[in-house]
Design a protein around this ligand. Sequence first.
Ligand SMILES: O=C1O[C@H](COP(=O)(O)O)[C@@H](O)[C@H](O)[C@H]1O
Length: 260
Amino acid sequence: MGTQKGKKTVLNFDSEEDVSKALAKYTADLSEKFIKEKGSFTVVLSGGSLIDTMRKLVEPPYKESVDWSKWWIFWVDERVVPLGHDDSNYKLAYDGFLSKVSIPSSNIYAINDKETPEGAAADYEARLKQLVESKILPLSAVSGFPKFDLMLLGMGPDGHVASLFPTRPHRHEKERLVTFITDSPKPPPPRITFTFPVINSASEIAMVVTGAELAYMVDVALGSAPPPDGIPPPCTEVSAEEELTWFLDKDAASKLQTSG
Ligand SMILES: O=C1O[C@H](COP(=O)(O)O)[C@@H](O)[C@H](O)[C@H]1O
């Protein structure tokens, strides 16, 4: 299991719609707080169901009240396909979120889709290091890795987060900021992903998990069921420097002993 440095909060909601509303308010509140404190808000997105659950953030009142000009967008993982491909996490986010708000395009860090997985990971890592040098991204005083303000994570039924899969050794990478995989068990096979040292250096992390097919893994991740084959899956390793907040709907929380 990961070492929990910050606080952990588990929020249970009646429906996915309620998760979407609460996630919008949580994100807008953090945006205001970080922009007030440091003049910018660095947000790391996942792919998958997260983007649809973020839909309330691009509706009134947040669409107008959030200062999108101060946002910076990154991806915790990306499939190494052209940015316009249906498997691209960038395209998913562009269609469902980024095209609806006015974040400066120079603040949106899509991968270089002309590279191999290894090249794309090295390129993304180099660009993050440049942002550290230009003081856009601070380094965590705890880990020495870049510290993002907010990571919005999803989880797969096998307990993967980002593109860190239970059966792949790159989940244990401790030196690199960004690594790659060419044989992801979930298609498409070529992907790049932030490593745990970077993920766990974030100030705030939201784990956004909805749907009954994730109920067992939620139980494992929150420590109330034993992990499959006795091996803790990646979702058990997530922790944030300030606060990790789980957003669960009733179905995802259905196996937890104490929900509500
Ligand atoms: O492949 C991926 O899967 C995870 C989980 O997706 P979900 O649809 O179960 O929410 C996602 O977080 C990751 O970014 C994506 O590349």
